[in-house]
Every structure is written in C-alpha cells, then in structure tokens.
Design a protein around this ligand. Sequence first.
Ligand code: AMP
Length: 249
Amino acid sequence: MKILVGVKRVIDYEVKIRVKADESGVETSNVKMSMNPFDEIAVEEAIRLKEAGHATEIIAVSMGEAKAQETLRTALAMGADRAIHITSDAELQPLAVAKLFRALIEREEADLVLLGKQAIDDDNNQTPQMLAGLLSWPQGTFASRLELNDSTLAVTREVDGGLETLDLDLPAVVSVDLRLNEPRYPTLPNIMKAKKKPLEPLDPEELKVDIAPRLKTIKVTAPPKRKAGIKLETAAELVERLHNEARVI
Ligand code: AMP
C-alpha cells in the first residue's frame, strides 16, 4: 500500500501572530515556521502503518514556497521514504491544493491519502473533503483511530456526540485529528539520513492544474482586544451581575 501524506509549512503554533500594517495578511518574515501539527500526526500514522507491515511506501508532499523543502526534510527524517515539492510562490487555496493532490495521486497510484484535519494558518478544514470529492473516493475526517482490516480501513472519528466508526473501502482520503497519536521527534542519525532521501521538485504546470485563486481576501484584522475582567467577592454578587448587567440568566 502506497501512502501519500500532505505536509504544509505554517507559522509555528507557539508564535504570536501579527497582522501586517496594510491588513493584507499576517506577518511571515522572520517568523518561526514549522510543519502543520496535524500533518505531523498524519506522517506519524503513515510510519506506524508501515512499521506494522501494512504500507510499502510513504510519500510526503508539500506545496508552496522553496522553504517547504525544509518541512519535507523533517517528514523524511521522521520516516517518510521520499518527498515531492510542488513549487509555487502564489497563494494556493484549498481547491487548487486538492486538484494538485488529485493529479499527484493519479500519477503515483496511491492507495491512501493522509492529511491534517486543518492547516493552522488559514484554518480552512477544506482540502481533504474537496480532494475526496474530486476523486470520488470514500473519506473519513477527524480520525482519532485507524485500523486496517482485510480490505477496509476502520476510521474512528470525533463527532459532536462522541465517537463514530466508519469502514472505508480503499483507496480513501483520511484527515487526522489531535488524539490519533503522538508524533515522534526525528533523531539526529535520521536527520542525516533524510538529507540523502529523494526530494522531487515539481511545477504545478507539469501536472496541468489550474491553481488560480477563486477567493479574494478583502482584509485581515486582529481580533478586538478583550476588556479586563473584574473580581467579585461573592457568588451572590456574580448571580446579581449576570442577571441585571449581562442579562444572561
Ligand atoms: P486546510 O484545508 O487548508 O485546512 O488543510 C487541510 C490539510 O490539507 C493540511 O493539514 C495538509 O495536510 C493539507 N494541505 C493543505 N495545504 C497544503 C499544502 N500547501 N501543502 C501540503 N499539504 C497541504
């Protein structure tokens, strides 16, 4: 089984986001970037499927600027076998990303696609669903457990009311949630080995995919500052204020 894993380079989750002065987006220069945390979980799961003897090859894919190659090297150091970098300095919106994945999947004949449930920069949560739609493949989103049986993949998903388990026929698209696993840290020897693993750069034009944006960002603004809270002496005072001032009870 061939597994394709999406790894997006995003602003590190610990960085305090700053909005650009012209409100056109967020500041990314001189900001620490890392692999999208959900994508680390997807890479880890692919490696576990390979270690369990279910997968034969793991291909890590990143789309975007040149530095996405650093993110791919991290995926290779964790245990992916090879990497593909779709090079583009243009803004890649979920539909374009999904179409690029579809073209690659058709080229690679992958059996399973593991993606993060969302990229923490734009919080779209759209690419996996669009990709499954484009391919007409079964999909399991927000996976918190995966189990490969004879011919199906059991995906346990976190839904509002609890957990739901779906049996998917392969090939399929799965988006992973936080509780699926704890990703490993790459070891130093594996970081060295990763430098020699194959990393193929690819132009979106070679895949004949139209990546033109369909959505226009009008402006990006920081959320309003929260007002400071107040300390009350008694629960009775709290109830009184919630009733008479906030009028919520
Ligand atoms: P999104 O729909 O943008 O929230 O992204 C969901 C998932 O799609 C991410 O966690 C990645 O696995 C994958 N993905 C989105 N954009 C990219 C990209 N530029 N390169 C690689 N994978 C991506």
